[in-house]
Ligand binder design. Structure first.
Ligand code: ZN
Length: 171
């Protein structure tokens, strides 16, 4: 078994799937001293301030992002003419955008800050999921119609982290 503590104070135990829970619990309690020792170095105040700053930023930029993203969705959908329900602007840690089975489009508010070409790629990508809820050939064919350089955009986007902690996936 392995125990790791992350800079945000989260600790993660890695154990084989078949390990009984009581064995894992026992392992954790045996390591309690070590855990508390490590937690001394986590700056919880700084973490909570960071979180506050991030949430203020989201609140102040959300409506701007909504206007930008909505107008780009409408612009590209003049071509595709897909049906959709809601556009939601969110503050996800790991994802630029997503599309639900219920035909709702979700975008990270930070999409509005991306370079134009990448911003439009994310929007076209999610828009095309309204028709194809997968990443098969047909889906990319739809994307390509409006974003012929989508392969380059996709690659560049992978190099930009959504947030310091999160990944960079676009759903
Ligand atoms: Zn996708």
């Amino acid at each position: 078994m392995r125990l790791a503590i992350y800079p945000d104070g989260a600790f993660v135990v890695t154990a084989p799937k078949w390990y009984p829970l009581y064995v894992i619990n026992k392992f954790i309690s045996e390591k309690a001293d070590w855990i508390f020792e490590k937690l001394k170095y986590v700056d919880f105040q700084e973490l909570s301030e960071k979180k506050k700053t991030e949430s203020t930023r989201y609140k102040s930029q959300k409506e701007f992002a909504r206007v930008v993203i909505k107008s780009r969705v409408e612009f590209f959908n003049r071509f595709y003419n897909f049906e959709y329900n809601r556009i939601s602007i969110k503050n996800q840690k790991t994802c630029w955008g997503s599309c639900s089975r219920k035909k709702n489009l979700n975008f990270n508010y930070k999409v509005a800050d991306l370079p134009e070409e990448l911003r439009d790629y994310v929007i076209v990508h999610e828009l095309c999921h309204l028709r194809e809820l997968n990443h098969r050939k047909k889906f990319w064919g739809l994307v390509e119609k409006v974003a012929p350089n989508y392969k380059i955009s996709r690659k560049s986007l992978k190099n930009i982290k959504v947030s310091a902690k999160g990944g960079s996936a676009s759903g």
